[in-house]
Design a protein around this ligand. Sequence first.
Ligand code: ARG
Length: 575
Amino acid sequence: MVKSLLRQKLQDKFSGVSFDVLVPPDDKMGDYSTNIAFVLATRPSHKATEGKEKKGEDPMKVGEELASELSRDKDLAGVFQKVEAVRPGFVNFFLKKEFLQKQLAETYKNIDSVGLSDTGNGKTVIVEYSSPNIAKPMHIGHLRSTIIGDSLANVYEKLGYKVIRWNYIGDWGTQFGKLIAAWKRWGDPEKLKTNPSTTLVELYVMFHQNLKKDPSLEGEGQREFLKLEQGDSQNRELWELFRSQSLEEFRCIYKDLNIGMFQIIKGESDYESKLKPLIVELQQKGIATESEGALVIELENLPVAMLQKSDGATLYMTRDLASLEDRIRSYQADKILYIVANQQTLHFEQLFAVAKKLGLKNAELAHVKFGMVLGEDGKKLATREGKVIPLQDVIDKIVALAGRVVKEKNPELSEKEASEIAKVVGIGALKYNDLKQHPHTDIVFDWKAMLDISGNSGPYLQYAYARLASIIAKAKNRKEGDVSLLTEPEEEKLMKRLLEFSDAVVKCMELNALNSLALYLYELSNEANRFYESIRVLEDENIDRRNARLVLIETAAAILKRGLGILGIETLKRI
Ligand code: ARG
């Protein structure tokens, strides 16, 4: 919050200059610090006004002038007790105690709303995530997309955007012809009901195994897909059955993961009828051209994008283009985020380039990429036989392991209580392990570290919350606290941390990454733990000070809970 204020102030003063405002690692260097003097000192226009033939100014001198100007600034007078320049030219800002206390009191009063600005101003953002494929189990890549997307959608929502959570199901393509052909030969409706994705995957495998002996199957698959495309009622029904069974399975996973509801579940199949007109439009505008019977789009600095194969079949790209048009035109999106693995980078570069050619430029488009999930051995996470691990197995494993940790810590818990806590702790561990890192990087599944209650893990943060909650629960006869009594260094540090919450959330939006919020919450937990360990709040005989400290604790707990909520992580009163 103070960071945004400072940044705004400096931006208004020096428009067009790019600079940083940081929280320095050592608080002797102030609570905030900026490098703007270095940038200003080398700025050509700055030199020009001076009209001298020198290589730029001394940043220290520029910094000193700026510090003295800002010390006199009316807007900042209530916030900082001191603004000073230090060698070689940083400008450092020191917060006023009274400001910290005032902010704490305000945050405490409006605990659920304060701090987050209305940056979105009602603008619409579509966050597309999860997007699994039917007739296949959801895999670990979809897990990352689901966790990151759900949390980013929370960020935008909190910042005042109208958010549309969109699940773009992979539910169209020639493989469904193969599946229908296989079903007609070997399908078992009972098995499909109990275990849809495994049954469908088995059918798909069976199709390919039998193809070796019986090559006519290939044609059979093609014919079934053609029939499906032409609306044959039996095939349509089968496809709908596969789709609904798969969606049901996905729903169970979403429930286990405790993620927000999708407003739109629209898949590739929804765009079938839009493809022909789109292709005609692209041809008429001269954007698509023919090449060896196929239709392609030439792009600058990128490989050509294929729209239609020579046999007339459309592609993933064609459907994505139709869907993009729909997202902009029918949903008036100002911004569209695609939370999809790194591997599809080229696809999205092509998609966005074609969209530009088509004149779909009113919305800001972003591919929010993420890396792979690696096992403890540093290799791509897989079963012993090298197969993809179904997501449900991952969820079951982390919850079971969390169960062991919970029981070890609280042997007196009943089975039922322990298993409820284990679910929250396990899922929290899974999400935090993902979100604490920048999405572009590969993440490692080190099960033990993910659940390490004393490491940088989800359970550590949940535990910090539970400790704060337990103090509040034990505090009897509370009255309003006088926050001006909070003057100890531990108290100031914690108050300062609380101020940084909204900056951390805004940064998530700016970078489309959650790691700044995760790191913030980790540091807040550390600070809260230090406070908890060094100050015996409940035993304090000075009742007014005790009450003031309880205000601080309750506010810290609330911010921690809100922040974890944005990451999709639940909190408990005990773990
Ligand atoms: N269903 C695709 C997959 O599992 C991901 C879809 C990504 N989104 C998109 N608009 N292409 O690989």
